[in-house]
Write a protein that binds this ligand. Sequence first.
Ligand SMILES: *Cc1c(COP(=O)(O)O)cnc(C)c1O
Length: 459
Amino acid sequence: MATPIAAVSSYEEFNINVPENEFPRHGIAARAAEALVLSQEWTDTNPMLNMSSFVTTFAEPEAVEIAKRNMFKNYIDHDMYPQLFAMETRMVKWLHQLWNGPEGVEPYGAATVGSSEACMLAGLAHKWNWRQKRERDGKDATRPNMVTGGNVQIVWKKFLRYFDVEPRIVPLKTGNYRLTADELEKYVDENTIAVVAIAGQTFTGEDDDIEGIHDWLDAYEARTGISIPMHIDGASGGFVNPFLYPDYRWDFRLPRVQSINASGHKYGLTPPGLGWVIFRERSVFNEDLVFYVNYLGGEMPTATLNFSRNAFQIAVQYYQFLRLGFDGYQRIMRQTLDNAIALRQTLVDSGYFTIMNEQQRIPVVAVTLDKGVTKFNEFDVSNKVREKGWVLSAYSMPANAEEVKSLRVVVRPHINHNVAQMLARDIVNACKYLETHGGSATAPKLHQHPPENRSPAKC
Ligand SMILES: *Cc1c(COP(=O)(O)O)cnc(C)c1O
């Protein structure tokens, strides 16, 4: 949304010094405070032009109205706001069905602050389940590990560190940026709480080889007796795959898939602050993780990491599901993907770029500069198009593909075909300019954090 400069109403209001280090002593008029706050964020990126983010930046006025009306409700207070809780419960059932959960079971899941909280909850459930089974079998339960690809989003590294689970991260290779079954033998064992596979990864947009991994784990169980569950990180893919690829088996149709997360605030089309975790059935979410809280009268279960949180995202998600329905999401995702493919084609046709992803399921364009381009790099292109206002991610890929640099555009529904083509032309023109004038030809130096704390992906 454009910055509303109309809020500036008098010159005096600008002439107030904001203290740097001390708490403001005296208050000021509401209008003056508004002018100060808005003027301070003028130079921030316009979210509409932020093509490095997956997060929703558009809502219909009706959705904005719903957000306003619900912004003072604390979601955790189910006793006060039972109808919001009923919306969440209904949406959990809808998502369980959308992701082909088995019939005749009790669906279970939760609205969370984002996929991060959802991933943490799923990871904890798998850790608890694994430990209980180990203890039941009289085996050592002190050294849990989790297997993921090197393409995982930072949240999994946080989960592993914060909750003391040994990371077993299968490194990427130049030219293959997905987790496949190829090397799993070296990584899984009886202490593996789960294998995480991604539907719509942040680096290239691709899906891991979900079915291949699933079948490999079946064969592994047949051979060793060790049964390892899968979690699907569908932060982006969870709201694209069901609509565009109904026959593609990435979800609960695969029996080993015990839990799935998705970001309501990505292709779920809700403003920032909403994620989902859905379990195959109630029993997968370990009962030991559920607390029962006594409110005015009722006993309510709570099993999220956050206690208080805003409720408006839940109401807006409900609006979106009702407003768009399956066919609405399908139409929007189709359009968005078509725009992404057209944008990518213009970039490839320019002769500067090569496609990074083999199979593009979500509307993400990930390209790398052709080997013949020596005068500038992906960071230069990103910096140059920034002059037009666009924000694109440029980054080096994770281990062991660090020498590959990528330029990524996350196409979202508010970008129509013409605007996508405008962006494509701006990128190609940036390349032409850099070809003539040269770029830095070196990536900006990464700051000196330990390598395992660096994450190239923004979100
Ligand atoms: C965005 C993302 C996350 C983190 O989700 P948030 O909703 O930002 O908390 C995790 N995994 C993947 C694959 C993502 O794209």
